[in-house]
Write a protein that binds this ligand. Structure first.
Ligand SMILES: Nc1nc2c(ncn2[C@@H]2O[C@H](COP(=O)(O)OP(=O)(O)OP(=O)(O)O)[C@@H](O)[C@H]2O)c(=O)[nH]1
Ligand SMILES: [Mg+2]
Length: 584
């Protein structure tokens, strides 16, 4: 089906389609058309709506279209059966359209504004009161604007008589014009005028063959221009005008009958409706590029989403978090923050206190919350750089996908806004707090118990040593107050002896050794816990970034659905088959 051909649906739902078309044009930022052109299309849609309202008009406007001197005016006079086109009306005296209508037949409303473009000639022939004939300027004139005038005036025509002659029928401009005419093909008829030139004298044999050859050739050319079964009349307008009896080959009477035949309301509606439908398609055809743009936009958004969530980008997110955490002296901060004076007892506690006293390096952050603030700010900054990379890639992809303005700007602006709205600082700070709180919950109770146990054990050894074998035996055999007091006294006595002092020294030494061991163990444990915190932070912050990216992907998805929805709507209006040229 050619671009101008009517859809089989006719005009029944044209009103609805025009309304949709106007809605689409109003919201048509996807149309790669300048603003003025979009307004012009909208005005055109309104004109068509007006025509649709006038569809019930009974008058038919028939136009005679053809090159210079093919006999349009002669033909019109012959059809009118009186010389209506006075010399002053003829070219080259005028290049206006000549309208010939019954005095009681009103001008079509659509012509109202075009006064000055045509000369109005009225007649009183009742037989042809419902048909207005229009003699149009020659479209192949040297005066360039004749062609434009013909095209512009064709808008108002219901039926078109394409006139040519045996000398001119092969002129390419005729077929060019024919192809460009935004009218329903079934409303065309063709006239080969001046057929009499084949019969200069009545006895010329073979002339009929020559005429037939020309007619066949003419018919073929018309077919090639896209009309499969053209209505064609071979006539001599001059012969008809002279009022002589028509020669056998002169089909003028048939032509006249075709032009002036009685047409009922339904037929007239069908003629006008077919033209309207073609006009609508020519208008809607302008949306084809819009459909293509929407297709391209959807494909671009799909590609951008795929790019955003591919493995490389995912690995990049991991490095974004790592690069931030690596720069922060997190381990020291955590080890410090996890340190609890109650975790160490006795000598270990003493060592830890001494170590703290000795630690002269200033703390990188006063508090863990300061660390959280710093990390989330740095993460936000690095994430912005990452998003900027995605935005830039998006701009390049849109260009590559062939999405043009204004749709491209619209989409890129939406992507920019969506990226700008992604803020990770707050959720990162929250995630850091959660991780640290969980880390702090890990208690060191077992370490405290072990320390107590060892300390008690060593002290018990000391007491055993101080009490001596005999003293302890006596107490164990007879645990009365006398023996216990005896044992204590012996212990005190021993304490101040040489062996007692040695035992006390050993006890102190063992306590210090144990303390050192516990202190070292504790430090290592703090380090391990800090490392675990860094790992948890890494995955928690990655999670935060991924959720932000997912949020953006959702915007891309919505955007794509919107593009596809718009495309479906426009496609519905244009009634074109869905484009199949989507490729990756
Ligand atoms: N032999 C012959 N001459 C014709 C016939 N019809 C028109 N002519 C002549 O062709 C010439 C041009 O005719 P017009 O009717 O003025 O042609 P037109 O197409 O109106 O010309 P423009 O308005 O200038 O484009 C005139 O000299 C006519 O007499 C015809 O059927 N046979
Ligand atoms: Mg003329």
């Amino acid at each position: 089906m050619g671009p101008w051909e009517a859809s089989p649906t006719g005009v029944d739902d044209l009103g609805g389609r025009l309304r949709h078309l106007k809605t689409v044009l109003d919201a048509g930022s996807f149309l790669p058309l300048p603003e003025e052109e979009r307004h012009a299309l909208r005005r055109r849609a309104e004109e068509l709506e007006e025509k649709l309202r006038q569809l019930e008009e009974r008058t038919l406007l028939i136009g005679l279209v053809g090159g210079t001197g093919v006999g349009k005016s002669t033909l019109m006079n012959a059809l009118a059966q009186e010389p209506i086109a006075s010399v002053s009306h003829r070219r080259p005296h005028t290049d206006r359209v000549l309208l010939y209508r019954h005095v009681q037949c009103p001008l079509p409303r659509s012509l109202g504004a075009g006064e000055g473009l045509f000369t109005d000639v009225t007649h009183q022939a009742d037989a042809v009161r419902h048909v207005i004939m229009a003699d149009l300027p020659d479209f192949d004139s040297l005066v360039r604007n004749h062609r434009d005038r013909v095209i512009a005036f064709m808008e108002h025509l219901d039926l078109v008589l394409w006139v040519t002659t045996p000398e001119k029928y092969a002129d390419a401009r005729f077929y060019e014009m024919l192809r460009d005419a935004p009218k329903a093909r079934e409303n065309f008829a063709f006239v080969l005028n001046k057929a009499d030139i084949f019969f200069p004298d009545s006895g010329s044999l073979g002339a009929l063959d020559d005429l037939n050859t020309v007619v066949r050739s003419f018919r073929r050319l018309v077919r090639e221009a896209g009309l499969c079964d053209p209505v064609l009349y071979v006539v001599s307008a001059q012969e008809a005008l002279e009022g002589k009896e028509a020669s056998s080959w002169n089909q003028f009477p048939f032509l006249r009958r075709w032009v002036f035949q009685e047409r009922d309301a339904k037929e007239i509606r069908a003629i006008k409706g077919a033209n309207l439908d073609v006009a609508f398609h020519s208008l809607a055809g302008r949306l084809q590029e819009g459909i293509l743009q929407l297709e391209k936009a959807a494909l671009f958004l799909e590609k951008l989403a795929a790019f955003t969530q591919d493995e490389r980008r995912s690995a990049d997110l991991t490095s974004v978090v790592r690069s931030v955490l690596v720069r922060m002296p997190g381990q020291e901060v955590f080890a410090h923050s996890l340190e609890n004076p109650e975790d160490l007892l006795g000598a270990a506690a003493l060592l830890s206190w001494l170590a703290r006293l000795r630690a002269s390096s200033p703390e990188p952050f006063q508090t863990v919350s300061a660390f959280g603030g710093e990390v989330s700010a740095a993460l936000e900054k690095r994430f912005r750089q990452y998003l900027e990379g995605i935005r830039e890639h998006g701009a390049a992809l849109a260009l590559q996908a062939g999405v043009s303005d204004p749709l491209r700007s619209e989409l890129l602006e939406r992507i920019r806004r969506s990226l700008e709205n992604l803020s990770v600082a707050e959720s990162a700070a929250d995630a850091i707090t959660v991780v640290l709180e969980q880390a702090r919950k890990i208690g060191e109770a077992s370490r405290r118990w072990r320390q107590r146990l060892w300390s008690v054990l060593v002290t018990a050894l000391l007491l055993l040593a101080l009490g001596g074998q005999d003293g302890w035996r006596a107490v164990l055999a007879q645990p009365g107050p006398t023996n216990v007091v005896g044992l204590c006294a012996a212990m005190v006595e021993k304490l101040f002896s040489g062996t007692g002092l040695a035992a006390l020294g050993t006890w102190a030494f063992l306590q210090v050794m144990l303390g050192a061991r516990f202190y070292r163990e504790y430090k290592k444990s703090l380090q391990r816990r800090s490392e675990a915190i860094i790992d948890s932070l890494q995955s928690a912050l990655e999670g935060v970034l991924r959720r932000a990216v997912e949020e953006h992907l959702e915007v891309l998805r919505q955007c794509r659905h919107e593009m596809e929805g718009r495309r479906d709507l426009v496609q519905q209006i244009v009634r074109a088959a869905p484009s199949k040229d989507r490729s990756d």
